[in-house]
Design a protein. Sequence first.
Length: 253
Amino acid sequence: MSVFVTMIPAWLAQTTPTGGSGFMGIHMGYLLVMGGTMLLSFLISSTLKRRFHEYSQIPLRITGAQVAELMLRQNGIYDVKVMHTPGHLTDHYDPTNKTVNLSEAVYHQNSVAAAAVAAHECGHAVQHQTAYAWLGFRSRMVPMVNIASQLMNVVMLLGVVGMFALGNGALIWVIVACLGVTTAFALVTLPVEFDASRRAMVWLESSGLANSMEHDRAKNALFWAAMTYVAGAIGSAAMLVYYLMQVMGSRRE
């Protein structure tokens, strides 16, 4: 959900009331937040891709799809299907139709990286089966996040076509509200993702699929995958704080 951070229109930063020098009239605080967030995301994403490529070269005896099937069965889950989906690192669990969706590489490969990712997605299926509280809370937030996304699209459209009927102050409040929702969603996502990784690593160790060295590498791969969510949460929270400071600054003037 960190996409909302980078999609905030820069023209609003040009009209924020607290002043300050910047590039082409854009407030320096906005540039620092955006630049820092993009740099952090780039570093984490690059490390994740490098680790995934490295650990994809370490073979295991079964594929990611077989890992997923085995973990589901050993956890007593028989109503979840394992499917493959296009793209790279597009793996996810869909609770609405109970499917573990693995990217082509993960589905077909027999590697430490594929096993780690497959087990992580099955960790979400186990969360669903056991009614893990944070997963349920996140699922209930999805409609609000969708509304926030639509509102952000409207705000961007107003900025592009130059329609300021609501006034810049009102539009900033809309952004603050939307960022509040998306930041809350990003923060709630963190325990969900870390818990799924914990369940994955416990199962990989107990199943005997990975020896100690392979287990550590799988754990490292999942750590960097989780860091992408941390970066998104930090970026969203930083942008929320920035706009709150703008609003509070304007009220004091």
